[in-house]
Design a protein around this ligand. Structure first.
Ligand SMILES: CC(=O)N[C@H]1[C@@H](OP(=O)(O)OP(=O)(O)OC[C@H]2O[C@@H](n3ccc(=O)[nH]c3=O)[C@H](O)[C@@H]2O)O[C@H](CO)[C@@H](O)[C@@H]1O
Ligand SMILES: C=C(OP(=O)(O)O)C(=O)O
Length: 419
């Protein structure tokens, strides 16, 4: 199994080009199932999850053309002849559940494996199911599968009892082809929702309010082909900016979307970084200073993103002072804590709060990645730990970061992948 070896060193310095967003491209690729014609998606990152979703769409019968050089995926949904998302694919990637809404809306039937829990929490899908029922679908859960059918979905009003990014995406896609108007209240406002809506709009959907808590979707008879450019990955951006801050260096993220990163940029400034924005470029410059500890509470957008929690935990580990981290989205997203402590971090957990006392230095050690962002936090810690940190189970990392070791090397990090 491959591992990543990081040797702690000096400040990072340089520019890094940000890729398309994993959490946008996965729902968007599912949305292509709604069209009557081929859809071209650009700025597609090279990620394991993208290959998985392509396999899933291919298994449904869609034609898939993947030009990796150009970062383009072309989906021809006209040949779809299966409505089954099997356990083997869904269990490796939760985003697979996002074929439920499109299959139901376009083909009137869908059979999608329950995704089950994962390392960061139980992650139920009851809200996805309730939202489909609100649009008139009959849904049964049998033998580990969600089995849904509807002759034609009809618009309805659905108020989410809690903010769910995935369920908002599923209902948005389903409502696009439903008969009549759907009003979604307490919708997730994440930039990836806006990007999905932009792609659906390009395909001919009628949607208002994406990015706000109320989305109004007027169903249309058909959706046509389109070309869509995926938004920059705000979590990858944030991860590289933290890499600059934790190493007391200077990192410029290019091709980024600064407007999607207010909460993260605010915390980097609180940590003592000079942050500047110039168009699609974000610069974090510590000018050699040690970061200050920051307090974090994860919240739905525009609050601080749960997907940046582990990276800021790493930053606090070597910061001046003590910072608290409250994780409010997932009940078990502190799997990185024990691994960071193996590197010498001082962290105490009480329920969903971690209190991190900054230490003067970390010392490299073998550690194990437990989930995607936990893996990123271990790399960040490794960048400033004394000696070598070897990170095992990096397949998590390859789900969501494109060529991370190459991009970090370009900034001066000493990092390599070994077999
Ligand atoms: C609000 C939020 O920050 N969502 C994050 C979540 O999206 P993802 O779409 O995976 O998860 P949701 O937004 O749906 O989950 C938010 C909360 O709602 C609960 N829930 C969700 C669906 C459901 O049917 N029933 C239910 O109870 C979840 O257990 C969780 O506590 O993980 C992604 C990957 O880390 C992040 O990019 C998203 O930012
Ligand atoms: C946990 C993540 O993704 P997923 O929901 O696909 O597991 C993530 O992007 O941090």
């Amino acid at each position: 199994m491959q591992k990543i070896v990081v040797t702690g060193g000096g400040p990072l310095d340089g520019e890094v080009r940000i890729s398309g967003a994993k959490n946008a491209v996965l729902p968007i690729l599912c949305a292509t199932l709604l069209a009557d014609e081929p859809v071209e998606i650009r700025n597609v990152p090279h990620l394991h999850d993208v290959r998985t979703i392509a396999r899933l769409l291919g298994g449904l019968g869609a034609g898939i053309g993947h030009d990796r050089e150009a970062s383009v995926v072309r989906v021809d949904p006209r040949t779809v002849d299966s409505h089954l998302a099997p356990y083997d694919l869904v269990r490796t990637m939760r985003a697979s559940v996002l074929v439920l809404g499109p299959l139901l809306a376009k083909h009137g039937t869908a059979e999608v494996s329950l995704p089950g829990g994962c390392a960061i929490g139980s992650r139920p899908v009851d809200l996805h199911i309730k939202a489909m029922e609100a649009l008139g679908a009959e849904v049964a859960v049998e033998h580990g599968y969600i089995k849904a059918r509807a002759r034609r979905l009809r618009g309805g009003n659905f108020t989410f009892p809690m903010v769910s990014v995935g369920a908002t995406e599923n209902v948005l896609m389903a409502a696009a082809l439903a008969e009549g108007t759907t009003v979604i209240d307490n919708a997730a406002c994440e930039p990836e929702i806006v990007d999905l809506a932009d792609c659906l709009l390009a395909m001919g959907a009628d949607i208002e309010g994406a990015g706000t808590p109320r989305i109004v979707v007027r169903g249309v008879e058909r959706l046509h082909g389109a070309t869509h450019h995926v938004i920059a990955d705000r979590i990858e951006t944030g991860t590289f900016l933290v890499a600059g801050a934790i190493t007391r260096g200077r990192v410029v993220a290019t091709h980024a979307r600064p407007d999607t990163l207010d909460a993260v940029i605010g915390k980097l400034a609180d940590a003592g970084a000079d942050v500047s924005i110039d168009g699609d470029r974000i610069t974090v410059d510590m000018q050699g200073r040690r970061p200050r500890a920051v307090d974090i509470v994860t919240e739905p957008h525009p609050g601080f993103p749960t997907d940046m929690q582990a990276q800021f935990m790493a930053l606090n580990c070597v910061a001046e002072g003590t910072g608290t981290i409250d994780e409010t989205i997932f009940e078990n997203r502190f799997m990185h804590v024990n691994e960071l402590m193996r590197l010498g971090a001082d962290i105490a957990i009480d329920g969903n709060r971690a209190t991190v006392r900054g230490v003067a230095s970390l010392s490299g050690a073998p550690v194990m990645a437990t989930d995607l962002r936990a893996s990123a936090s271990l790399i960040l810690a490794g960048l400033v730990a004394d000696g070598e940190t070897t990170i095992d189970r990096i397949y998590h990392l390859d789900r969501g970061y494109e060529r991370i070791e190459e991009k970090l090397s370009g900034l001066g990090a000493i990092i390599r992948r070994i077999d």
